[in-house]
Structure formats: structure tokens, C-alpha cells
Design a protein around this ligand. Structure first.
Ligand code: GCW
Length: 842
């Protein structure tokens, strides 16, 4: 019998609702404005007025109005009434302090608010309660609106509001490393938001949405092209397009900046020189700046990478970095623009045989004598550490060494050396360590956060984050990676927030208030940095990755014997880089005396950086009481176990997080757990073979249940060596050089439920298929269609398929059948048989 129409319709509606309710792509990140539970919503209905009055009509204030309407609608299910006159009933008054003073002096705050700051205050007037959302300028008003909504989203009380905040850091910029062809250098969230094929996208609505996220954190400028800059960005035919990007950001109080190519006077200016002291070059830059400002009158300024990694710079003419920065800085002065000159200057063709050479020294060596030579609108942009965004480095000694020059700290939001957003690594704990690090400049308390914001030595400075968000639905390619942008913005605003506070806020805004969810997300995020350091490069060894290649997988020796200077100097006897003054490169001596003394000696260097500063035998005993080599083994196992724990903990949240984000994060953590095993085995085996010292717990080199592919019964499969060797278990791997190949092993254990772990390689260049048969029965099939940054079998492409709950019997044949495609030869590393966990009731 046919169901009555109404029933059917109702059913369809319910289906539709449940689908939309669960269809969260991550696009809305932390600005979801999810409907509050009825009881919580009720508690706000008395304090949130029905009317919103907006004073002034600057774009950011108009955006603030729209945001308040949107947020209150989403969370409380009510639409604010927009009025232009102040009513005799409770209302939100939104506008700058000066606009409020002009229109309703009795409601205006009596003291000023610092630049970009905001004030939220409940004021009684004529027996009516008004909520003032105001700021020193239009951006401050917008930041106030976001703060007001965040309070509601975090279930904080709005009663008797009197809350004022202003940013700790006067400069809060984002850099994008987007190329104008639409690719992004070190970007993991898809193609560029701005560029495609040397043009700007026609539809820039994604840019405006991105600007909204930035504004919600108080970020006020973004450079829109790679520091490895294409000079085309400032050519006349490009400028109208650039202006459109500026326009897309403008409603949210975000200004744009451009990265420059220092060779532009020659490359696009028709000159035969780019010598910064040549009058024609001076004129070139003046004209270029005039033209850019004609197109983008509120341009924030420029970023310049010169004399670094193949970029041309002032050294070509024997000029200084100050000469280079100043020629552009002076051209910017009439417009109030700023130039960020990157401190990331080093020689990438350094002789590794010379023990005096040390890349860590480079920034300090290059800039220290130039202090005071820079124009006031030139700021030296310094990476957090002296090398390059490694998993652990000390703070750069250049912070605070410059006294008469503006400094900014550059933090990398995009996870280049942190698993490239395929791994979850929450960077706030690491950033906090650098920001809170006390330089002891002049022997007094001088934390990096105070130095870089000009609070110690004066010159204006701030925070710059390399974001590289892209066109993927969730911006970064990993939902959890959004937390890094959130943390960067929150720390630039207030570096005294704890990593815990930030993660807690982010988690609630992003996934809601279910305590189980909050607890799990916090557990994962807050330990993830420590965990990543453990399974990659602990003790200050840095990320032991492919330094000259993809910066992703494990490759311990890749750092050595090349000019890039990321050496860890591990050999058969000892490991670590002697950077002491007495016997090493003297890098430790670049720090103010108290820190220099601490790092000078092995005894006083904390374990976490011991191998960054010292070359010690593997048997050296750490403060922890363990030997160096045992510490390396233990941390790698602890790190891999921790990620396996994340995957299990997340799986418990089924039904508590919307379906798409739940399953995408589940898959991401499962993948990361597999990768952490590869890292564990690669690094631990490398140090085991190199040092010849056994793991005192017997784990390294001993893998119960594992059968190497090369020792299985092979049909069509051939043995291959993997390069570097530690990327594969055993002696190497096998590849299929026929239409289909089979690797077979016979199970000789006891009968029972088992999981089969198949370790294979999934790289670019083809999509191989695999089939697994147990006793002739197909138990799994899959395609190796992942996109990892390598074209060959190695630690980056090493992948794991877990086939759980197989009823194995002694004598069963386990067959892995590979179907290669093009360059992907269905390469196999090993099969591991594990007992199926007890809790698994299949
Ligand atoms: O970390 C390195 C990256 C380069 C980058 C460079 C820099 C934009 O590997 O991709 O180039 O730093 O910061 O300039």
C-alpha cells in the first residue's frame, strides 16, 4: 500500500534535515554559530536585545553588523531588528568610540581604547540597558562584534558586560606563499585562493570568506604572493587584478601586501642593474610604489626575500641588507607602508667539511652590524628559530640583538616540517615556548614576545604567520590544522593565553560542547607537538626528514653532506652539532650571556636541545638518566603509540561529531598512526645500525608477527632496494614487473581472530590495486590512489592497510596480489599479523 503523501513528505524532510545537519565540510571552521541547546539559548534571550543600531558606515562596521545578525540568528534563532536611531528599549549600539561620542555622548566610554582594541559594555541610560560594542577604529568595532559572538558561542555570561581588550602585537600579518600560476609553495590545502594561471580568480568570494576568519582573530594584513616572488605582480596589467584581491579583503579590515623580487628593476624595469644605490633603481622603486598605490591606496606594504635560496639581493653589488630594504622603505614612506625584510638569509652552498661552518649563525651574523641602519618603516622578519621551522630549535638569537631596528617573529602555520597537514600537530605549545623564552637581554627579563612587539627596545614590530590556506573545503586539508591558524591569531592578539585555553576555545567553537568531544580533542591537540617531536627528531636533532627533497618522510642522512647546513653530524660514535664557543661553532655565544652560558655546557643544556648544541657519544647519559640512544628508541615508540591512541580515542566519538568531519579526521589519524610507525622504525633502525647499540627493551630490529615481502613466496614480484634504506623494513621491498604479481606466506600461528597489516607503497605516477586472499577467499581489495609528495617507494609513500578481524587457521595461505599501473608497481614492504583487540567483538 502506498504511504500517504504527507507521511512521505515528512520522511523526506526528516531525511533532508538529517543530511544537512551532518553535512559539515569544515568550511565554517570556528565560525559555525551552531544553534545553542534550548536551555543555554534561553539564558541569553534576556540579555541579548532585539534591536541593533549601527553608527557609521565604514565597511568593517557594516561587516560587524552583518556578523552580529548572522551569529545571533544561528545561535539563538532570532533576527536582530536593524534601526538607525537609538530606541527607548534595550539595544546593541555598534560603532567607533568617536561615532558613539557624536551620536550619544552619554553612552560613550570616557577613556580611549588603544589601536584596534574594543570595548563591550552594558550601560544604563534613562532606565534602558544598552550594550555598547565599540572600538578605537572600525577594525576594533569588528573585533568587538566577534568577541561578543564568541562569548555566546563559548556559553559565557553577557550580564553586566564591561570588557575591554586590545592586541598585544601591533602588527598581525599573514604571509601566503602562493605562486601566480595557482600552485602554493608548501601549501597543503589545495590551490591558491587568489591566483590561477597568472591571473586572479574571477570569483573572489572565497577570499572574502577567508578574510572573515582572519578578522575574527584580529589579523589585519595578508601578503598574497610567494616570497619567492614573480616580479609580474607589480606590472601594470596585473595591478587591476591585485586591486580586486584588496577589495575582497577590505570589508573585513584586512589589507593586502605584496612580495617583491629584488631583481625587478632589471627583470621588468628594463634597467641593466638592480643596485639599490643606483639613482635609476631608486627611481624605479619610487615609480613602482606610486603605481601600486594608485591601484591599491591602502596597501599595507611589501615583503622581501633577498640573498636567500637563490633569490638575488644586495650582495650582487656589495651593498648591505639595509641598503636593499631602505630603497623600498623610502619609496613607501609617503604612503605609510611597511617593508618586511626577511632575516632568512644564509648560504645554501656551505662546505660541510669545514667544522666552523654553521647555518644557525647566519641570521645574527648577517644583520647584527646593520642595527640602526634601517629606515623606521623597515622591519626584519625573523623565523622563530635560527634554522628553518624545525621540530625543535632554540629561539633565534637575533631577537633582541637588534635594538634600533623593528623586528617581527615569523611563525609557520602551514605544517611544512610538521607532517604537511597529513599529520595533526597543534603548534601553539611550540610557539608558546619561543614567545615565552626569556632572552635575558642585558641580564633582565626580556621574553621574545615582548621584544618582537617593540615593548623592550622600542621599534615597532609584531607577528607574521605563514598560512597558505587553499581552496580545499576545509582550507588546510586537515580539519585539525585549522587550529593552527586560530592559535596564531589568538597568540598575536594575546600571547599570554595558554595553549590549553586556545585549544579549548577552538575545540568548542569547532565541534561544540560535548564534554567527551572537548576532552578528546584537547588530549590530541595538546600532546600532538610533543608526540610529533618524539617520532620524528627529539633532543634537538630537528625533523629528520628529506631536507633536500619533500620535507615530509623520514630520511636521517638527507641532512648530511650537502650545502644546506641542517647537519646533525651523526656518525658511528656520536651525534649532535657542537655549537659551543669553547669547542664548536660559537653559535651559543650569539645569545645574551645567561643563555650563552646555559648552552655552552652539556651539563646545563636541557635534554630537549642537547644535540642541537653538543656532539656527544650515543652512550652519553641525559639528565633524564637515559642514554642518548635509548632515549631515541624510547621516544620513537612512545610517539607512535601515542598516535595509535589518538586514532582509537577519536573513533570513540562516533555519533558525537557530524559524519563528514568525524570520518575525515578518523581517516587522517589512522593514516598518521601508520606513518608514525614508519618514522619509528626508520629512525630507530637507523640509529641502531649506525651506533651498533641494542635497544635495551629489544624492540628495534625485532618485529613479532612481521614477514618481510622479500622473504615471502613471490610470483612476478622482484626484490628492490629502497632509498634511503630506512624507508623500508628488512632489506628492502618488492615490486611487480608483470601484469599481476603475488606474494604468499603461510600462517603458522594458532587459530584465532587476527588483524593483517599490509605495508605497501602508494606514490605518484600510477594507481596500483591490491587484493588480499586468505585461504583462497578475498578478504580485502583497495586502490593505491593517495597523493603523497613522492614518485617512488620510500618512507613518504609507505602506507598501511589494516584488515581487521580475520579468522586465521594454521596452514592458511595469505596472498597479496598486486596489480601495477604505470610507475606504481604495487610495491610491498611486509605483512604483519596481530592479535585482534579483545574489545573487538567480531
Ligand atoms: O622553509 C623554507 C622552505 C621554502 C621557503 C623558505 C623561505 C618560500 O622550504 O619553501 O621558500 O623556507 O622561508 O623563504
Amino acid at each position: 500500500m502506498a504511504a500517504p503523501r504527507s507521511v512521505l513528505l515528512g520522511f523526506l524532510m526528516a531525511l533532508l534535515l538529517s543530511v544537512t545537519a551532518s553535512a559539515e565540510t569544515g568550511y565554517d571552521a570556528w565560525l559555525r554559530y551552531e544553534a545553542l541547546d534550548e536551555s543555554v539559548a534561553d539564558s541569553y534571550r534576556g540579555t541579548v536585545p532585539a534591536v541593533l543600531v549601527t553608527l557609521g558606515n565604514d565597511l568593517p562596521v557594516i561587516s560587524a553588523r552583518g556578523e552580529l545578525v548572522r551569529g545571533i540568528r544561528g545561535m539563538l534563532g532570532r533576527t536582530l531588528r536593524l534601526e538607525s536611531a537609538i530606541p527607548e528599549e534595550p539595544a546593541i549600539l555598534l560603532g567607533t568610540v568617536s561615532d558613539i561620542r557624536a551620536m550619544a555622548p552619554e553612552l560613550a566610554p570616557d577613556s580611549d581604547i588603544p589601536e584596534d582594541g574594543f570595548l563591550l559594555r552594558t550601560v544604563q541610560f534613562n532606565f534602558v540597558s544598552y550594550t555598547i560594542v565599540t572600538g578605537s577604529n572600525d577594525r576594533g568595532v569588528l573585533y568587538g562584534a566577534f568577541a561578543y559572538l564568541r562569548k555566546i558561542a563559548l556559553h559565557q555570561s553577557l550580564a553586566g558586560l564591561d570588557w575591554q581588550e586590545s592586541p598585544f602585537s601591533p602588527i598581525r600579518w599573514i604571509n601566503h606563499w602562493d605562486n601566480i600560476d595557482g600552485t602554493i609553495e608548501r601549501g597543503y590545502g589545495g590551490r591558491s585562493l587568489f591566483w590561477d594561471d597568472e591571473r586572479v580568480h574571477d570569483d573572489l568570494s572565497r577570499v572574502t570568506d577567508y578574510a572573515r576568519f582572519l578578522a575574527s582573530l584580529g589579523i589585519h594584513a595578508v601578503s598574497i604572493n610567494n616570497v619567492n616572488a614573480n616580479p609580474r605582480v607589480i606590472e601594470a596589467d596585473m595591478l587591476p587584478d591585485v586591486a580586486r584581491i584588496a577589495e575582497a579583503f577590505r570589508p573585513w579590515g584586512v589589507r593586502i601586501a605584496l612580495s617583491l623580487d629584488f631583481g625587478s628593476p632589471m627583470r621588468i624595469g628594463g634597467l641593466d642593474t638592480f643596485d639599490p644605490l643606483d639613482p635609476a633603481v631608486v627611481e624605479f622603486w619610487e615609480n613602482a610604489v606610486d603605481e601600486v598605490y594608485a591601484a591599491v591606496p591602502d596597501l599595507a606594504g611589501f615583503v622581501l626575500k633577498a640573498d636567500s635560496e637563490g633569490r638575488v639581493g644586495p650582495s650582487a653589488y656589495g651593498r648591505t641588507h639595509a641598503d636593499a630594504a631602505n630603497v623600498i622603505a623610502r619609496a613607501l614612506q609617503p604612503y605609510g607602508g611597511t617593508i618586511f625584510y626577511r632575516g632568512f638569509v644564509y648560504d645554501n652552498r656551505m662546505d660541510w667539511r669545514d667544522p666552523a661552518n654553521d647555518r644557525a649563525r647566519a641570521a645574527h651574523d648577517n644583520f647584527i652590524d646593520l642595527d640602526g641602519d634601517f629606515e623606521p618603516n623597515a622591519i626584519i622578519q625573523i623565523k622563530n628559530g635560527p634554522i628553518d621551522f624545525q621540530v625543535r630549535e632554540p629561539a633565534s638569537p637575533l631577537f633582541g640583538a637588534l635594538r634600533a631596528t623593528g623586528e617581527a617573529i615569523e611563525l609557520q602555520i602551514t605544517q611544512e616540517y610538521f607532517g604537511q597537514a597529513r599529520h595533526t600537530v597543534f603548534l601553539a605549545p611550540m610557539w608558546k615556548e619561543v614567545l615565552d623564552f626569556d632572552m635575558r637581554a642585558d641580564g633582565r627579563a626580556t621574553p621574545v614576545k615582548a621584544i618582537v612587539t617593540g615593548k623592550v627596545f622600542g621599534p615597532r614590530g609584531g607577528f607574521v604567520g605563514v598560512s597558505n590556506a587553499g581552496l580545499d573545503d576545509n582550507w588546510y586539508g586537515n580539519h585539525m590544522s585549522q587550529a593552527n591558524l586560530y592559535a596564531f591569531g589568538r597568540l598575536a592578539w594575546d600571547p599570554d593565553l595558554t595553549a590549553h585555553d586556545i585549544a579549548d576555545e577552538w575545540s568548542r567553537l569547532t565541534f561544540g560542547h560535548d564534554p567527551e568531544v572537548v576532552r578528546t580533542v584537547l588530549d590530541i591537540q595538546l600532546t600532538s607537538y610533543d608526540t610529533f617531536e618524539k617520532y620524528t627528531g627529539p633532543l634537538g636533532l630537528q625533523t629528520l626528514t628529506d631536507i633536500t627533497g619533500n620535507h615530509y618522510g623520514a630520511a636521517v642522512e638527507a641532512s648530511e653532506r650537502n650545502g644546506w647546513g641542517q647537519w646533525h653530524k651523526a656518525d658511528e660514535e656520536a651525534v649532535g652539532f657542537d655549537r659551543s664557543v669553547a669547542t664548536g661553532t660559537g653559535f651559543a655565544g650569539q645569545f645574551p650571556s645567561q643563555n650563552a652560558a646555559m648552552w655552552e655546557s652539556v651539563e646545563t643544556t636541557p635534554d630537549e636541545l642537547v644535540l642541537f648544541f653538543h656532539h656527544v657519544p650515543y652512550t652519553h647519559v641525559l639528565h633524564s638518566g637515559k642514554t642518548v640512544v635509548q632515549h631515541l628508541y624510547d621516544t620513537h615508540y612512545e610517539g607512535a603509540d601515542a598516535v595509535a591512541g589518538y586514532a582509537r580515542a577519536w573513533a570513540e566519538l562516533a555519533g558525537r561529531v557530524d559524519e563528514q568531519r568525524f570520518s575525515e579526521i578518523r581517516d587522517q589519524l589512522e593514516y598518521q598512526a601508520g606513518q608514525a610507525e614508519v618514522w619509528r622504525d626508520a629512525v630507530a633502525r637507523w640509529f641502531w645500525r649506525t651506533s651498533g647499540i641494542d635497544d635495551d627493551r629489544g624492540r628495534v630490529g625485532n618485529y613479532p608477527g612481521r614477514t618481510e615481502a622479500e622473504s615471502m613466496n613471490l610470483t612476478g614480484y622482484d626484490f628492490i632496494e629502497v632509498d634511503p634504506w630506512e624507508g623500508a623494513s628488512g632489506e628492502g621491498a618488492v615490486e611487480c614487473n608483470a601484469a599481476t604479481c603475488t606474494a604468499t606466506l603461510e600462517y603458522d600461528g594458532e587459530a584465532g581472530w587476527r588483524d593483517l597489516v599490509v605495508r605497501y607503497f602508494d606514490h605518484l605516477g600510477g594507481t596500483a590495486r591490491f587484493e588480499v586472499r586468505v585461504a583462497g577467499q578475498t578478504v580485502d581489495e583497495w586502490r593505491a590512489d593517495d597523493r603523497v609528495p613522492t614518485r617512488r617507494p620510500d618512507s613518504s609513500s609507505s602506507s598501511r592497510r589494516v584488515i581487521s578481524g580475520i579468522a586465521l587457521r594454521p596452514g592458511d595461505e595469505i596472498q597479496i596480489i598486486g596489480f601495477p599501473e604505470n610507475d606504481e608497481k604495487a610495491e610491498l614492504d611486509y605483512v604483519e599479523i596481530r592479535e585482534t583487540a579483545q574489545s573487538d567483538d567480531r
